[in-house]
Design a protein around this ligand. Structure first.
Ligand code: CA
Length: 620
């Protein structure tokens, strides 16, 4: 690249006076990276900022000549290989136009920029909500639909199926091949762990070390394959939720070799590791020292911490989200490590997305057991420090922990954990918009959490599918994918889905080789998830629960038309539920149908329920 300019100049000199087309062909030899590579007309916010990267690009003059496209400003920064070009598209029409990078009147580079027309209904898209059941899938670990892309020339890490920390070869095609399985299970949304390029030397499969924010990792497929997958999923009634990371990038990100500005990263080049003390954002007594070390410290040494206070980086990240929403047709975003980036940027990002897509949804990961800490971020919360959280949804880690421990711990007293957790819902502006889940890619499988007890698995998952909120299940939990209970590495929790690889002896997709217990759990989840699909009372009904008694925890979901009663019996043996204390909900009910067994009940004063069970009664 360093030698390219003199050669190019020479060619330009040689070509002087020759016809324009040939001159232009020679001039495009300098090919700057322009991000975002294309954009759309008709966005609510007409501003677009292009980041241009190319050798000595700052020494050129930028020329844009297209009706309706106003070149507002061009900013050179401390690295001459970058330019930031601000455009106003308020009056722009769709089409292509050239951006010229000129020096001494000659074109050193010509970038053909496209403004696309937005798809009809793009702004009105419906984000994921409590009518959905979300399925979390790690793309490397679900199904290998295209073995040809397992190894991609030039990429640093090769596949290694012998090691769970290595790449397994799963891809977008594998997901696409199994969309009918996903919808057949009653799932209506998929959240994919990140699939942008992670060209790291090792352990790149999880996707949390982005090396290109605008490119799907070729080991999963292309940007176009991702888009085609999203379209087909949408046709099958499945929404797509993209996992994004604003806190950090991967140490092999392309800009690490040519940093735009000294303050693009925090604590750079001498990094410090974050304290992970997640109280720092809310603590009104916190020192600046602790706040800074938490927020600006690096997550791990191979994940440089991005400085979202840099306005160019902030704009870059916000536009990147909008680009993927618009390009792929996303229905939601899951934001990784939500509390670690600059919190003002996170609020601004939510506001901007809300402006463009009023019914969109975003769920943030704040891995904390304290409801007060989570609720701080939710849109509508009044905080003592004046911070306006703009986030609509959060991952309900407190409920995950409460349900898991209530089932795992000996005795029936632990059911109070669930009761007490939900009794804290008053802290949230919108508890019904939290994502509730038995497990995810960062924690032991739910089956392992509850000591590999299938009855407890069903009780827990059944609760998450019927309680308030948006349920999310983790791929493979439906067929009891398991691991040793010791936590030697996160990769243990991310084993391949059985049946996703040619020659797998067992298939969760077809049922081949599943044990009776695995089938039982899969059928159980399918039954409730399909039933839930059009149950408005579960989606939006109110919740009433009772203080646990006699080894039972139970709650009602109800609206003007319907009532559902969900009962968890944690007694080891059959037990009789006396319903006299439930009269405010049961008065006027003539009977019930239990949806898992199909049994009907004509009298409700006493219900005999099997030990360690969940029952879901539709009340008549
Ligand atoms: Ca593959």
């Amino acid at each position: 690249m360093k030698k390219a300019i003199p050669i190019l100049m020479l060619m330009l000199l040689t070509l002087q006076g020759i016809g324009a087309p040939r001159q232009r062909k020679a001039a495009t030899l300098l090919q700057p990276r322009v991000e975002p590579a294309f954009w759309w007309t008709g966005m609510k916010n007409p501003a677009l900022q292009l980041m241009v990267h190319g050798k000595d690009i700052a020494l050129t003059r930028v020329v844009v000549n297209h009706p309706g496209v106003l070149l507002k400003s061009v900013t050179a920064v401390e690295n001459p290989n970058y330019l930031f070009v601000d455009l106003d598209l308020g009056k722009a029409t769709p089409g292509k136009f050239d951006i010229l990078f000129q020096k001494e009147g000659k074109n050193l580079a010509v970038y053909s920029y496209e403004l696309k027309e937005r798809e009809a209904g793009s702004a009105e898209r419906q984000g994921f909500n409590s009518s959905d059941v979300m399925y979390l899938v790690m793309p490397d670990r679900f199904a290998n639909g295209n073995p040809d892309n397992d190894e991609v020339a030039g990429m640093k890490e090769k596949p290694n199926r012998a090691d769970l920390k290595g790449r397994q070869g799963g891809d977008i095609q594998g997901l696409r091949d199994h969309l009918d399985y996903i919808s057949g299970m009653g799932f209506t949304a998929v959240w994919l762990n990140p699939l942008l390029e992670n060209d790291m030397h090792e352990v790149s499969y999880h996707g949390y070390a982005t090396t290109d924010f605008y490119k799907v990792d070729p080991r999963y497929g292309s940007n176009e394959e991702y888009r085609a997958f999203a379209l087909e999923a949408r046709r099958k009634g499945i929404k797509l939720i993209m996992d994004m990371i604003f806190n950090h990038c991967g140490s092999e990100h392309w800009w690490m070799k040519d940093m735009p500005m000294a303050d693009w990263l925090n604590f750079y080049p001498d990094y410090k590791i974050t304290t992970h003390i997640r109280y720092a954002n809310q603590d009104i007594h916190a020192s600046d020292y602790d706040r800074k070390l938490f927020s600006d410290g690096w997550f791990v040494p191979v994940m440089p911490d991005l400085n979202q206070r840099n306005p160019y980086l902030a704009t870059y990240l916000i536009q990147n989200s909008i680009w993927w929403i618009e390009y792929v047709g996303l229905s939601g975003i899951r934001m990784d490590t939500y509390s670690y980036p600059d919190k003002e940027l996170m609020a601004a990002w939510n506001r901007r997305i809300g402006e463009e897509y009023p019914s969109f949804n975003i769920v943030g990961e704040e891995w904390h057991m304290n409801q007060a800490i989570l609720s701080y971020w939710q849109k509508g919360k009044t905080n003592l420090d004046g911070y306006q959280g703009e986030l609509r949804s959060l991952m309900d880690f407190p409920l995950q922990n409460a349900v898991s421990s209530a089932l795992r711990d000996e005795g029936t007293g632990a059911l109070m954990n669930i009761y007490e957790c939900l009794a804290n819902d008053f802290q949230y502006p919108e508890p019904e918009n939290l994502v509730v889940f038995p497990g995810n890619h960062d924690m032991p499988r739910f089956f392992v959490q509850v000591n590999k007890d299938v009855d407890l698995v069903k009780m827990g998952i059944g609760l998450f599918l019927t309680i308030r909120g948006i349920p999310q299940l983790y791929y493979g939990d439906e067929v009891l994918v398991s691991h040793d209970s010791t936590r030697d590495h996160d990769s243990q929790f991310r084993k391949c889905f059985p049946g996703g690889w040619a020659g797998d002896p067992v298939s969760g997709f077809t049922g081949k080789g599943l044990t009776s217990q695995e089938k039982e759990v899969q059928d159980f989840i399918r039954k409730i998830a399909l039933w839930r699909k059009d149950k408005k009372v579960i989606h939006t009904g109110k919740l009433m629960h009772f203080v646990p008694f006699d080894g039972f925890y139970l709650f009602f979901r109800y609206n003007d038309k319907e009532k559902v009663m969900v009962v968890l019996n944690k007694n080891n043996g059959e037990a009789v539920l006396k319903t006299d204390r439930l009269s405010e909900m049961l008065t006027g009910c003539s009977g019930a149908s239990e949806i898992i067994t199909g049994k009907t009940y004509s009298a409700l004063s006493e219900l005999t329920l099997p030990g360690k069970s969940i029952s879901v009664f539709e009340l008549h």
